[in-house]
Design a protein around this ligand. Structure first.
Ligand SMILES: [Zn+2]
Length: 351
């Protein structure tokens, strides 16, 4: 459905509801703004929950005051980069897309994908968006070269690798300002590098998070300067956390990831539902008005758009759709994760 071609807001809303039957009763998409809607995903490689909470990170913490966020989102196992970035952009897990390693010591794809095109690729959100909205402008800037192996290289208008997070951000900001893409993905790698070199939760690691926070700030400032904040969703998330000097094993420190979404009509505060990294693609589809691939298992994070007490669990199932994810009533981490107060008065690291 090409949203811009719709004659009326009512037709648009009805069309979206029909194509995404899983919308709970009473919940429309976020209100249309007077401008086109944009999504920017900032994927900070190796950004742990601990890193978000304990680093100074003033821009991310400030963004969280007006964002819907969870510090208990989960990636997938194994907690390596490629399986997790793939799951995020594929709307599905390794069981579906088959990517189980970074491809250094083992083949990157160890299972035949459940869905694939003629080149063997599982459909990414970039491909699904391009197919349904061919005029879309899609941009990907990545600090880690391996990211390009996870998507259909001919789909984005720009797929650009830069050396280092600073250059990656600079290129992304310059491109966005000139072209205002509908969807832009920015991958930053400095935090993961420092985690491997100095250890997750080291002083150097928190400094690296602060550096990434500055890159987030540069993107937010760009939007502010272009008066585009009110028409742009910004999602800050990561592929995995880490433990010691590594990641890849099965611990909450490695598999829990931040998921912080700001933008028009987002309900600020902690998201009272479980969120998985493969929900990101479905959420992007919902925000930008295209239908998720039938190959995907993720669901849009609708709880980010309304108060938790309005979350309904059953009526979508009665309409033949997958039920919405359950509201979290018991903290999943044991440590309960940080509350908003903890984060906003962030207890900064002392080391
Ligand atoms: Zn990674």
């Amino acid at each position: 459905m090409e949203r811009g071609d719709q004659g009326s807001r009512m037709n648009r809303v009805v069309g979206v509801v029909l194509s995404l039957c899983c919308l709970p009763a009473g919940l429309a998409q976020p209100a249309e703004t007077t401008h086109a809607r944009h999504v920017i995903i900032i994927g900070v490689d190796g950004l742990s929950i601990d890193g978000v909470v304990k680093a100074h990170a003033p821009r991310i913490h400030d963004l969280m005051t007006r964002a819907a966020w969870t510090m208990e989102a989960r990636g997938v196992m194994p907690t390596l980069s490629s399986p997790n970035w793939a799951s995020m952009i594929d709307g599905a897990g390794p069981e579906q897309h088959g990517i189980t390693s970074n491809g250094y010591l083992h083949p990157m794809v160890s299972l035949q994908p459940m869905c694939q095109d003629s080149e063997g690729m599982f459909p990414t959100m970039f491909k699904v968006m391009r197919t349904q909205k061919p005029a879309s402008r899609i941009a990907v800037f990545h600090d880690w070269p391996g990211f390009a192996d996870l998507l259909e290289k001919d789909v984005p208008d720009v797929l650009q690798h830069e050396h280092g997070a600073a250059r990656t951000t600079e290129a992304a900001v310059k491109y966005w300002a000139a072209n205002r893409p509908d969807l832009m993905f920015v991958h930053l790698d400095n935090v993961d590098h420092t985690g491997h070199d100095s250890g997750w939760s080291s002083a150097a690691y928190y400094r690296a998070v602060d550096e990434a926070d500055g890159y987030v700030g540069a993107i937010l400032d760009m939007l502010q300067n272009l008066s585009a904040t009110d028409s742009t969703f910004v999602l800050i998330t990561s592929d995995h956390g880490g433990k010691g000097h590594n990641h890849g094993k099965n611990s909450l420190a490695e598999i829990q990831i931040p998921w912080i979404l700001a933008g028009p009509d987002v309900a600020p505060g902690r998201i009272a539902a479980s969120v998985y990294t493969f929900d990101t693609a479905a959420t992007v589809a919902w925000l930008l008005g295209f239908s998720p691939s039938e190959c995907w298992i993720g669901r849009p994070v609708l709880a980010a758009f309304r108060p938790a007490d309005l979350v309904t669990r059953t009526n979508s199932a009665e309409r033949g759709c997958a039920p919405e994810r359950p509201v979290i009533t018991v903290p999943a981490t044991g440590s309960a994760g940080p509350g908003a107060e903890d984060l906003l008065h962030h207890g900064q690291h002392n080391n």
